[in-house]
Write a protein that binds this ligand. Structure first.
Ligand code: COA
Length: 138
C-alpha cells in the first residue's frame, strides 16, 4: 500500500522502532494504516494511507485520531509530519503548516526529515496535550 501511494517504506520493517495502526475489514482486507515514531518527546506521524476501496468514509481521519491518542499516551508534546500530497487534507483535520527550521531538533534529525522526504515536502504540526506534559508550540 505504501509503495502504491509512493510513500517511503524505509523504517517500517519488523523490529523497527515505529508503531503502526492497521485498520482491516471483518474479512481481513486492509483498509488503511498509519505510523508513529517517537523522537525524544515528539511524535512523527508517517505513512498514512487508505486503500482506494475505503477512501472517503472517514477512515483516514479515524486513523489520525487513533495515532494522536497513541502519541498522547506516550507523552508526546506534539505530532509532526511531512507531506508532498496531502497538506490540504491535514489542514482540514487540525494540522498547520510550519517551517522546518523551527521544528524540534529530534524531529529534524529523524530519517524521514533528513533522507526520506524531498525538500519540497510541506512540514506540518499539531500540538498535543497529554497528562503531565505541556504542549510544544514551536
Ligand atoms: C489522504 C488519505 C489518507 C485520506 O483518506 P480518506 O479515508 O479517504 O479520508 P477521509 O475519509 O478522512 O476524508 C475524505 C475527505 O478528504 C479529502 N481528501 C482526500 N485526500 C486529500 C488530499 N490529498 N488533499 C486534500 N483533501 C483530500 C477528500 O476529498 C474528502 O473530502 P470531502 O469530505 O469533502 O468529500 C487518502 O486519500 C490516501 O491514502 N491518499 C494517498 C496517500 C497519501 O497521500 N497519504 C498522506 C501521506 S503524508
Amino acid at each position: 500500500m505504501l509503495k502504491s501511494a509512493n510513500l517511503p517504506v524505509q523504517g517500517v520493517e519488523a523490529g523497527a522502532k515505529g508503531q503502526f495502526l492497521v485498520a482491516s475489514s471483518v474479512d481481513g482486507l486492509i483498509g488503511g494504516l498509519v505510523g508513529l515514531e517517537i523522537h525524544d518527546s515528539y511524535g512523527l506521524l508517517r505513512s498514512l494511507v487508505v486503500a482506494e476501496w475505503a477512501m472517503g468514509c472517514g477512515l483516514g481521519e479515524t486513523l489520525v485520531r487513533a495515532i494522536e491518542a497513541q502519541a498522547k499516551a506516550r507523552q508526546a508534546k506534539g505530532l509532526f509530519l511531512l507531506t508532498t500530497t496531502a497538506a490540504g487534507y491535514f489542514e482540514r483535520i487540525g494540522y498547520v503548516r510550519t517551517e522546518r527550521s523551527v521544528l524540534p531538533e529530534p524531529i529534524r534529525r529523524s530519517e524521514e526529515f533528513t533522507r526520506l522526504c524531498p525538500d519540497s515536502a510541506v512540514a506540518m504540526k499539531k500540538p498535543l496535550i497529554a497528562a503531565g506534559t505541556t504542549p510544544d508550540h514551536s
